[in-house]
Design a protein around this ligand. Structure first.
Ligand code: FES
Length: 185
């Protein structure tokens, strides 16, 4: 004869106390696991950020809407050319009173084509890339909108001190490099 399980004999069935305890344990366990996964990530971000140089790249008062300003960071090299731009709307990582000043590296993450001044502050996009038409969303950390690239455009982390704008790190790898912190030879 088949032996009945706790769920089958309980008047509350599987949604009884045993089931609720299991769910509580599950939720508690999930929260702890999430915390464990998150803490090292935050710590790592702080370490990475502290290893980048802090470099002045412009002034808020001199930045004209939709006119990208070229600068090199974190090295003085053509592949480290980035654009600082004031967008028409607030952006993730944006600085300034309206959180709409952002900066991105200008090498397409698909095959390294140069986006050059193909940054549109009104539409808040970079691209489309002239090789395979990838377009990046500048309000969402350079996320790919369309095209062949699968990785977002590296975003230069910015800070302000009064009117001055500083580059203090990079989120994402510059195309062709396994480490942003080692200057090419
Ligand atoms: S190199 Fe830019 S989309 Fe291919």
């Amino acid at each position: 004869m088949k032996k009945q399980t706790d769920c089958e004999t309980s008047s509350e069935g599987c949604s009884g106390e045993l089931g609720q305890l299991s769910r509580r344990h599950f939720l508690f366990g999930s929260g702890a696991a999430l915390l464990t996964l998150t803490l090292p990530t935050l710590g790592e971000a702080q370490v990475l950020r502290s290893e980048y140089p802090r470099q002045k790249i412009g002034n808020l008062s001199q930045l004209i809407f939709n006119q990208p300003l070229k600068f090199r960071y974190p090295w003085d090299h053509v592949n480290a050319e980035n654009y600082l731009i004031r967008l028409s709307e607030p952006a993730g990582g944006g600085v300034g009173p309206e959180n709409n000043v952002v900066a991105f590296n200008s090498l397409c993450t698909h095959q390294g084509a140069r986006l050059d001044e193909n940054f549109d502050g009104k539409a808040c996009i970079a691209g489309p890339c002239y090789l395979h038409w990838t377009t990046f969303d500048l309000t969402r950390h350079g996320m790919v909108i369309s095209g062949h690239a699968t990785v977002g455009l590296p975003q230069i982390l910015l800070e302000t001190e009064g009117d001055e704008i500083y580059a203090v790190g990079i989120q994402g790898l510059i195309f062709g490099y396994s480490n942003n912190r080692q200057a090419p030879v």
